[in-house]
Design a protein around this ligand. Structure first.
Ligand SMILES: [Zn+2]
Length: 74
């Protein structure tokens, strides 16, 4: 096989045919979003924002209860 005629799986890093949609080794779709992909650091940064947003939403939801409890204890 010619060395220039294969692609690298973005999940397991093995050499696969360039036109296959699913990797024959790890059976993941070669969409470039795996750990071997070009933008591998992107999902982690997005996840950090999602966690922060989740905590802010949780605190906003709990705020009325905390205020009510504080008013009741006073
Ligand atoms: Zn793979």
């Amino acid at each position: 096989m010619d060395p220039g005629e294969y692609d690298v799986c973005t999940y397991c890093g093995k050499s696969i045919f360039p036109d296959v949609a699913e990797c024959p080794y790890c059976h993941k779709y070669t969409d470039g979003k795996g750990p071997h992909g070009l933008n591998a650091g992107e999902p982690r940064r997005l996840a950090w924002y999602y966690v922060l947003a989740g905590w802010v939403l949780l605190l906003l939801m709990l705020l009325p209860f905390v205020l009510q409890l504080w008013a009741w204890l006073k």
